[in-house]
Design a protein around this ligand. Structure first.
Ligand code: ZN
Ligand code: ZN
Length: 146
């Protein structure tokens, strides 16, 4: 029981420190720093439980394996890097979406996913440069998984 609480806490902390949606395998890698005996099966089970309790939200991007992020975040979208396959949060939205709604219809939500190459992949020649670029973007409302 004690061990289970510790593992669950380690998994929850991973999401508080990484704003981008994460794959179960990434959660395992990051949470193992705090809970060494953690297994992928436990990660899956805990992610499911946390999603049921609405602590986490399932992020199902088209053509991507399911990821998880903290529930209750403000409105945001995702950017999928086709090179490193990382997913980033985008804190911006298209302003003209309501104009796309057919006359007489009521829209109550939308999904937008951006695809391309992340700054880190485009400036891969030096690690220092990438870190600087990422921190600049973080200041502009972007959030990066490590
Ligand atoms: Zn990338
Ligand atoms: Zn939006």
């Amino acid at each position: 029981m004690q061990r289970e609480t510790k593992q669950r806490e380690a998994i929850r902390l991973v999401f508080e420190r990484h704003e981008a949606p994460l794959l179960p395998a990434e959660v395992l890698r990051l949470a193992r720093r705090r809970a060494r005996s953690l297994s992928l099966a436990t990660v899956y089970r805990t992610l499911n439980a946390l999603a049921r309790e609405k602590v986490l939200r399932l992020v199902a991007l088209p053509g991507e394996a399911p990821r998880y992020e903290l529930a209750g975040k403000r409105h945001h979208h995702h950017f999928v890097c086709r090179r490193c396959r990382k997913v980033f949060e985008v804190h911006a939205c298209a302003g003209s979406i309501r104009r796309m709604v057919p006359k007489g219809f009521v829209m109550d939500g939308h999904e937008i996913t951006l695809y391309g190459a992340c700054w880190g992949c485009l400036t891969q020649n030096s690690r220092r440069k990438t870190t600087t670029a990422n921190s600049k973007l973080a200041g502009a409302g972007w959030h990066f998984a490590k």
